[in-house]
Design a protein around this ligand. Structure first.
Ligand code: HEM
Length: 129
């Protein structure tokens, strides 16, 4: 293994033009410029993450093992220590925020409230008839 090149988040962000696109996945930096036109998911989605952290979007799609292997072929280097810590923290905050939006407790209480209303209505009409 040779010496790895290290980047800051700001350096990666400078590569966001269509003929020069880097993106971050799990604190590694990839040059996707050549790959852009070959992407089965289209140019547009990759452009959206040009110069940014695409970890969450990439994982959400459920990319195949082949896609992960392709990604490794585009590897340029890693984020430096400070940027890696920042990127990891940013991903974890985003994950927590998403989780909060889909908080199952809210869904449960909604289901219980709906059920209770239905039962109350049923009881009300049973008694009246
Ligand atoms: C350099 C990074 C990427 C590589 C190497 C890559 C590779 C691939 C590959 C090989 C496929 C075909 C299906 C599969 O094997 O899983 C695919 C599909 C797809 N990719 Fe990516 N991808 C990358 C980044 C992204 C990003 C950042 C997004 C953003 C959301 C994305 C969205 C999609 C979508 C939506 C499909 C589904 C296309 C379909 O099934 O019609 N990809 N990608």
């Amino acid at each position: 293994m040779g010496r790895e090149k290290h980047f800051t988040i700001a350096e990666v962000a400078r590569h966001a033009q269509h003929d020069d696109i880097y993106l971050i996945y799990e604190n590694s930096v990839y040059d996707v410029t050549r790959f852009l036109d070959e992407h089965p998911g289209g140019v547009e989605v990759i452009n959206d993450y040009a110069g940014k952290d695409a970890t969450e979007a990439f994982d959400e799609v459920g990319h195949s093992k082949e896609a992960h292997q392709q990604l490794e072929e585009l590897l340029l280097g890693r984020l430096d220590q400070a940027s890696a810590a920042t990127a990891t923290a940013a991903r974890s905050i985003k994950k927590k925020a998403n989780k909060a939006a889909f908080n199952p407790a809210i869904l449960y209480s909604f289901a219980i409230a709906t059920g209770a209303t239905a039962m109350a209505g049923y009881w009300y009409f049973q008694v009246r008839v």
